[in-house]
Design a protein around this ligand. Structure first.
Ligand code: PLP
Length: 408
């Protein structure tokens, strides 16, 4: 029996109004499907905003969590633990990294990256090397430091004095980046694909230029892979798809597959500058989070799963292009792997929100990335049948809106 004693109106009564959740309340999920309080089924193409990378209640994740739940949950960082050590070792073996720091979210992983690059420059050069270069329209989380580095002023306004020493350049603008970087620069921070900013992949040249500028000026290159990482691009991390290696990388979202965890990955030489006592967190590397993330990594980092992402990207892109052409609704379907953005055409400009609402009514959950981009971030192991059901629903929603606007 589901508990029906709470409903959507309780949100307005008891919750801080910083979100505007949909009218229904999901109560159960399996694979890429979710059921709400009324038993209505929807196909989930949101993946909990690029988090539930193996769908809902994947058997390997349920097993890992249940087994650990009866053993030991939390011991603090006064002690280390086996799951965190196994996870750290596997992350190092699978990437450029030699050292890992665990946190509980993307913002906290990025906060650790930002503090580390500042501390590294402070220790190796001096306090004057403190400038961080980031991109307009970037998103790095909601702490005061990460909203300040993220290039969307609306998220940083009204919270008092901001941390200084942060400059922004337009995404994918190599010349602007060259002009901005100097010997005062301690780090460049970028998303290999801007997620919240509109599902915009970096140009190869932009990441390459960032790497070269960092090398010339003794700055560190930080990739925020909170959304792009853990298989979403068809590679374990998107940097591997570009062949441009950062010095520091953040992961979260899909890393836990639905259980909160974040991680900062870096080299041994850089990691030294977070010496004992310089940074920390109570829950980071907790046993429950670590066993789930280890199970996620074990499943995702298999050639057939990563290849499967590329296959699924083709299914999605060809069907979305067909829908786009038939209704004149999208002018472009872009993205990397299973992080896809459908850019609304001029005649549908500003209507991505309406499409999202109609899609939910027709039985499919989709996301936005700004007012003009419909974003999909489905499970990396979504079946062809689930995908077809979801995109059939999306097409029905668009068909209804198209015929309404014709009638009007
Ligand atoms: C979601 C996101 C974050 C923030 O992660 P939280 O877990 O919400 O703190 C940071 N960077 C990127 C690129 C993201 O997509």
């Amino acid at each position: 029996m589901e508990n029906k004693n709470v409903n959507r109106s309780d949100f307005d009564q008891f919750m801080v109004p910083n979100y505007a959740p949909m009218s229904f309340i999901p109560v159960r999920g399996e694979g890429a499907r979710i059921w709400d309080q009324n038993g209505q089924e929807r196909v989930d193409l949101t993946g909990g905003i690029a988090v539930t990378s193996l769908g809902h209640c994947h058997p390997a994740l349920v097993k890992a969590l249940q087994e650990q739940a009866g053993k030991l949950w939390h011991i603090s960082n006064i002690y280390t633990n086996e799951p965190a050590l196994r996870l750290a070792r596997k992350l190092c073996e699978a990437t450029f990294a030699e050292r890992v720091f665990f946190a509980n979210s993307g913002a906290e992983a990025n906060e650790a990256c930002l503090k580390l690059v500042r501390r590294y420059a402070y220790n190796t050069v001096g306090a004057q090397k403190d400038e961080i270069i980031a991109t307009f329209n970037g998103f790095h989380g909601r702490t005061l430091f990460t909203v300040s580095v993220g290039g969307q002023p609306k998220y940083a306004e009204g919270f008092g004095p901001k941390p200084g020493g942060i400059n922004h350049v337009p995404y994918n603008d190599c010349d602007a980046l060259r002009t901005a970087v100097s010997d005062k620069t301690c780090a460049i921070m970028v998303e290999p694909i801007q997620g919240e900013g509109g599902v915009l992949p970096a140009k190869q040249e932009f990441l390459q230029t960032a790497r070269e500028l960092c090398d010339q000026h003794g700055a560190l290159l930080v990739f925020d892979e909170v959304q792009s990482g853990m298989g979403r691009s068809g590679h374990l991390f998107a940097y591997q798809c570009y062949g441009v290696t950062p010095d520091v990388l953040s992961s979260a979202k899909s890393l836990g597959g639905g259980f909160p965890i974040g991680a900062m990955l870096t080299t041994g030489k850089i990691a030294e500058h977070f010496s004992v006592g310089t940074h920390g967190t109570t829950y980071g590397g907790n046993l429950l989070a670590s066993v789930v993330a280890e199970a996620v990594l074990d499943v995702v980092n298999q050639p057939e799963v990563l290849e499967g992402v590329k296959q699924r990207q083709e299914w999605f892109q060809s069907r979305l292009k067909q829908i786009g052409d038939q209704y004149g609704v999208f002018k472009e379907v872009r993205g990397l792997g299973l992080l896809l953005g459908c850019v609304m055409s001029d005649s549908w400009a500003g209507k991505a929100g309406e499409v999202m609402k109609a899609a939910h009514d027709e039985g499919v959950m989709v996301l936005l990335a700004g007012p003009d981009v419909l974003r999909l971030a489905p499970s990396l192991v979504i079946t062809e049948e689930e995908m077809k059901q979801g995109l059939d629903s999306l097409e029905r929603a668009i068909d209804k809106l198209a015929s309404q606007s014709k009638a009007a």
